[in-house]
Design a protein around this ligand. Structure first.
Ligand code: PEP
Length: 252
């Protein structure tokens, strides 16, 4: 089955009102050329509302970069409830990005709770998983991916993946300029799909698995051509309009 590709831009903690407006202005028109893929941008939280308004009427969707694991809003200073993301127009939210796991101590359990909270709020979680360089060198890549997937499968069940996306993001490739080879990406993606298939082959076959880690215009096509790679989660390159549009073109 051919899955519809998704290209998601993770702007991380970058941008300003002016630079975001200009980036969106520069991509909105170009993206019309790619009706066969889904395109998403994930700005920092303070800019979601303004970016969402600017995207109104375009095919580009809006996503959050993080959300609270709390099921209900309330006294959680500094946190963002999934319902608030929905309220400002988000359809997706990134969950368990390696920067949050490594820098903010997000455990597999917390990531699983955030995944579940996203679904409860009607958001599509993009679950990020991936191994560090040390884990890869020690031959632990599959064990790490299996552990990270299991936490979420145990928490939300396989049916949840009808409304979820997985992003394979090897930590050693994020923001480093080092990209996984298409073979490395395909092997990991096939393994992740296998983890889903062990629970439900049909859901596994329809779940989109994105690759993330130093994707650029020059390497996007070879990665997206892999049979189990269904698009990309793009960090640094999503901040440059021409580069992001070229990556979308490679996914079309
Ligand atoms: C990311 O932040 O998810 C990412 C993949 O970053 P980069 O493309 O910059 O490696």
């Amino acid at each position: 089955m051919k899955r519809r590709a998704l290209v998601a831009g993770n702007w991380k903690m970058n941008g300003s009102r002016d630079s975001n407006a200009s980036l969106v202005h520069d991509i909105v028109f170009e993206i019309k050329r790619f009706p066969d893929i889904d395109v998403l941008v994930c700005p920092p939280a303070p800019y979601l509302d303004a970016t969402g308004r600017q995207l109104e009427g375009s095919a580009i969707q809006l996503g959050g970069q993080n959300l609270s694991e709390q099921e209900k809003p309330g006294a959680f200073t500094g946190e963002i409830h999934g319902g608030m993301l929905r309220d400002v127009g988000c359809a997706y939210v990134i969950v368990g990005h390696s920067e949050r796991r490594a820098l903010y101590g997000e455990s597999d359990r917390l990531v699983a709770d955030k995944f579940s909270a996203a679904l409860t709020s009607g958001l599509i979680p993009i679950l990020c998983i991936g191994e560090t360089l040390q884990e890869r060198e020690q031959g632990q890549t599959e064990a790490v991916l299996a552990r990270q997937m299991k936490a979420v499968l145990d928490g939300s069940g396989i049916q949840a993946f009808k409304q979820a996306v997985v992003a394979y993001e090897p930590v050693w490739a994020i923001g480093t300029g080092k990209t996984a080879t298409p073979e490395q990406a395909q092997d990991a993606h096939a393994f992740i799909r296998g983890q889903l298939a062990a629970a439900d082959a049909k859901i596994a076959n329809s779940t989109r698995i994105l690759y993330g880690g130093s994707v650029k215009a020059e390497n996007a096509e070879s990665l997206f051509n892999c049979p189990d790679v269904d698009g990309g989660l793009i960090g640094g390159a999503s901040l440059k309009a021409g580069e992001f549009v070229a990556i979308c073109a490679a996914a079309q």
